[in-house]
Design a protein around this ligand. Structure first.
Ligand code: ZN
Length: 242
């Protein structure tokens, strides 16, 4: 089975279209979205529509719940808050209904899908270091977990002795007996210094995972954000992937 995985679209339609086209070309059997369909970007309705049409599994991100009033924005930074306020105003009711019904976690076969952490999906913590990963591995019911949230691609691998290492997810061999927590980065707002959009491919027959990067028309989304008076900080960061 081949699976396409992407996360943190953040209403960036230009980036999402590139990723969905690439995933289609990869001949996948299943497509997974790890949450945060909206927030920050200018096309929330179109992005929700496209993701729901194509993805087989979609979990909720904190911005998705915030946009439909299910999560307070008191812990959001001021720019994220402004973007959520704007999103809440423009989002169509049929799409708020969809977002409010997204599950926090989906466990299917050997794969767990959760936006933040498997141990506290609604706590919105980040898995940034070995200690964070250790807490998450303890709660993990199976061997493979896909997360998003930090917008920084990274793989945490736990070997048979329980030792955890941090690996580059651009190409991973999936070994029996090891456990993996893979952050697939962000489609619509990369923050690892690389402005290109990103998606992952899992091949369960070849026992491989690849994280791939592709350029997309950043200026197009920035122009739309200017028209909607979204914060310049959010517009400029897309050029540098920070
Ligand atoms: Zn996000």
């Amino acid at each position: 089975m081949r699976v396409g995985i992407f996360s943190d679209v953040h209403a960036n339609l230009e980036a999402l279209e590139i990723v969905l086209k690439a995933i289609e070309y990869e001949n996948v059997d299943k497509t997974i979205c790890v949450g945060d369909l909206v927030g920050y970007g200018p096309d929330p309705n179109q992005c929700i529509e496209k993701v729901m049409e194509i993805a087989d599994i979609v979990v909720a991100g904190n911005h998705d719940y915030a946009a439909c009033g299910m999560l307070s924005t008191e812990y959001f930074n001021e720019y994220a808050k402004m973007a959520i306020d704007w999103t809440s105003r423009v989002i169509e009711t049929k799409f708020t209904d969809i977002l409010s019904n997204l599950p926090l976690t989906v466990i299917e076969d050997e794969i767990t899908v959760v936006h933040a952490t498997p141990e506290a999906p609604g706590g919105w913590h980040y898995i940034l270091d070995i200690a964070d990963a250790q807490r998450s591995f303890r709660a993990l019911k199976n061997s493979l977990c896909f997360v998003g949230h930090s917008h920084i691609p990274v793989a945490f691998v736990q070997d048979q002795n329980g030792k955890i290492s941090i690996r580059n997810p651009s190409e991973l061999n999936i070994k029996t007996g090891e456990k993996y927590i893979i952050n697939v980065g962000s489609v619509g707002q990369p923050r690892d210094g690389d402005p290109r959009t990103t998606y992952g491919i899992l091949d369960t027959n070849k026992k491989k995972f690849w994280l791939k990067r592709l350029p997309y028309p950043v200026e197009g989304v920035q122009e739309k954000m200017r028209e909607e008076n979204l914060p310049p900080y959010l517009i400029n960061r897309l050029s540098v992937g920070q």
